[in-house]
Design a protein around this ligand. Structure first.
Ligand code: ATP
Ligand code: MG
Length: 179
């Protein structure tokens, strides 16, 4: 494996296939195992209790995961609930501060691409913060339809392609797989 002096990267997990959030968690696990500190902020999520929320407690302050939304978001211009917009704004303020503080080696912005896609967060603000961040900080962004301006400044972008999904056979979300 070719290695070099450490520097912070921007990674994006996007596309329609399953695995964007779980791949981010795999990377976070790898980082924590290297003694790094990881903060994972979940935009929009909040109504489901995901197994990973309990699992990361074992890592104490080295891996902190927070749900910053309430799950079901009504979208479409004027129909977007102001409360959801406020929650995205609060999540973004915390994310921005965490990225710029240098207190975290890795910050995962889970589902942030959806918040941007729904028009609830200005991608230019995210680009600006990523460009201003301390050079050692890794940032991972997840969610479908990553904004082109973010794809452009990212170092590694992976598009999950859906070959098939159990949901198409009518199999609903399974414990340990979806949550
Ligand atoms: P995961 O959290 O399993 O890694 P993801 O982050 O790639 O999934 P999201 O877009 O965040 O996917 O979707 C959240 C939920 O929707 C997950 O429970 C996931 O299993 C499910 N999901 C993802 N892709 C599909 C799909 N193509 N069809 C139906 N459900 C899907
Ligand atoms: Mg996800």
């Amino acid at each position: 494996m070719m290695t070099e002096a450490r520097r912070g990267l921007v990674l994006i997990n996007t596309g329609p296939g399953k695995g964007k959030t779980t791949a981010a968690m795999g990377t976070a696990l790898r980082a924590v195992g290297n003694g790094m500190r990881v903060l994972m902020l979940q935009f929009l999520k909040g109504s489901w209790h995901y197994g990973e929320l309990d699992a990361v407690e074992a890592f104490g302050g080295n891996w902190v995961m927070k749900q910053m939304g309430r799950g079901f978001v009504k979208i479409g211009g004027a129909e977007t609930d102001p409360e959801d917009i406020q929650m995205v704004e609060a999540a973004w303020q915390e994310a921005r501060q965490a990225i710029l503080s240098g207190e975290w080696d890795m910050v995962v912005l889970d589902e942030i691409n959806y918040a941007i896609g729904y028009g609830m967060l200005d991608p230019a603000k995210v680009v600006e913060t990523l460009q201003q961040r301390p050079e050692m900080v890794h940032v991972i962004l997840t969610g479908r339809n990553a904004h082109p301006s973010l794809v452009e400044i990212a170092d590694t972008v992976t598009e999950m392609r859906e070959v098939k999904h159990a949901y198409q056979k009518g199999i609903l979300a399974q414990r340990g797989i979806e949550y």
